[in-house]
Design a protein around this ligand. Structure first.
Ligand code: CMC
Length: 392
């Protein structure tokens, strides 16, 4: 009832109240539960940030140890689940496999589905954080045809993820501290971003009282698109293509500005940030440092910086307040670490798990929550009579 107004893309419609993440898009500010992203990226760890987002406060040392221990202990997946992960075509896009896998998890843990029992929800939370790490390793292993490795509980969350992803089964794997720290930081930067496309999807699916796995699997699908999380893969494809065509950044920018065949500068622009994305600022510094530390000079990093420099002094981008977003430089780091392009968005999804979970839990525990059900303004035919097929 009342006046219904159309708001395409929900530019001006708030779907909820939330205490989790604060963004000031004009100032380029991002805070999780009040803590500036810069401080968390510098000093915290991914699982600590997950705890903060989900439980609202930083954990005490005992709470953190217990949480990390519980997550690590659940990283092993059922043997049948391993088999299931191996049944997709080798060249399947890992985002499709990942959302299927998270959806399938619910069938292995039917005791963790009640959305209103706090202990059950905590179990589902831990299971999803733990299993998606293993699933993400398996996405890489099955794509390259290498045997799946079992978790090693004595190693840290990120450290063991890298071992399970990259270690040969016959080798004594030594993790590289630069890579571990850099990936931990990237996961923190992706951990939440309030009511973006995938998070809104998770909430709307959950608002029907669908379980956490079903809601998160839907979020993964929403994230896969190139305008959202898929942008990190699209950026690397774009850079590679420009390089292959001679590396002329100015010519590419001319095509973007002329909107030739809808060409966009991928990794640029944001619905909320009308200033430098604070995550992109951290990632850019990190990309430079990590590539140097790993001794991997990548001409695509120079090209990306060149594109950014042109964009930031160009009328088209200035007028529209288009700045690099989080996806602009992340792919270059993932690539230097040894991930294929198709793995970039699954890494984003792995990082976003705490945010999706926290947002779903906040919604489910809010007594004012109602099923998500937008209205529409009907613009179709007025009433008319059916005509039988012979008379048409
Ligand atoms: N390159 C060229 N022009 C752009 C770009 C871009 N990357 N982004 C926006 N514009 C132009 C757009 O054409 C429009 O121009 P005009 O006013 O002449 O029609 C104006 O800027 C406003 O853009 P919009 O599409 O109306 O803005 P939006 O808020 O609906 O879309 C966006 C936001 C992120 C989808 C868009 O900026 C975009 O497509 N960027 C490229 C894809 C990308 O990097 N996505 C990652 C987003 S951040 C992290 C994440 O969510 O994963």
């Amino acid at each position: 009832t009342g006046v219904v107004t159309v708001d395409p893309g929900f530019m001006n419609t708030a779907s909820c109240e939330s205490e989790i993440t604060y963004i000031d898009g004009d100032e380029g500010i991002l805070r999780y539960r009040g803590y500036p992203i810069e401080q968390l990226a510098q000093r915290s760890s991914f699982l600590e940030v997950a705890y903060l987002l989900i439980h609202g406060e930083l954990p005490s040392p005992t709470e953190l140890d217990a949480f990390v221990e519980r997550v690590n202990r659940h990283t092993l997946v059922h043997e049948d689940f391993r088999t299931f992960m191996g049944t997709f075509p080798r060249n399947a896009h890992p985002m499709a496999v990942m959302s299927s896998a998270v959806n399938a998890l619910s069938t292995f843990y039917p005791e963790s589905l009640d959305p209103f029992d706090p202990e059950t929800v905590e179990l589902a939370t831990v299971l999803i954080l733990a299993k998606t790490r293993t699933i993400t390793s398996y996405l890489h292993r099955t794509a390259v045809g290498e045997p799946l490795l079992y978790p090693d509980y004595s190693r840290g969350y990120v450290e063991d993820f890298l071992r399970m992803t990259f270690a040969k089964p016959y080798e004594q794997y030594e993790s590289d501290p630069t890579t571990v720290a850099a990936l931990d930081k990237l996961l923190i930067l992706h951990a939440d971003h309030e009511q973006n496309c995938s998070t809104s999807t998770v909430r709307i699916v959950g608002s029907s009282h669908a379980n956490l796995y079903a809601s998160v699997a839907a979020g993964i699908n929403a994230l896969s698109g190139p305008l959202h999380g898929g942008a990190n893969e699209a950026v690397l494809k774009m850079l590679t293509e420009i390089q292959a065509q001679g590396g002329d950044a100015s010519d590419f920018m001319r095509r973007v500005k002329n909107k030739e065949q809808g060409v966009r500068l991928m990794g640029f622009g944001h619905r909320v940030y009308k200033n430098y994305d604070p995550r992109a600022a951290i990632v850019k510094k990190s990309a430079d440092a990590v590539l140097q530390q790993l001794g991997k000079h990548d001409p695509l990093l120079d090209l990306a910086m060149n594109l950014e420099e042109i964009a930031l002094s160009d009328e088209y981008f200035i007028e529209r307040k288009l700045y690099p977003n989080v996806d602009f430089y992340t792919g270059l780091i993932y690539k230097a670490m040894g991930f294929s392009e198709q793995m970039f968005t699954p890494l984003f999804a792995l990082g976003r798990m705490p945010g999706w979970i926290a947002q779903w839990r906040e919604m489910m525990s809010d007594p004012t929550t109602k099923i998500g059900r937008p209205r529409q303004v009907y613009t179709g035919a007025v009433e008319r009579d059916y005509v039988g097929v012979d008379a048409r």
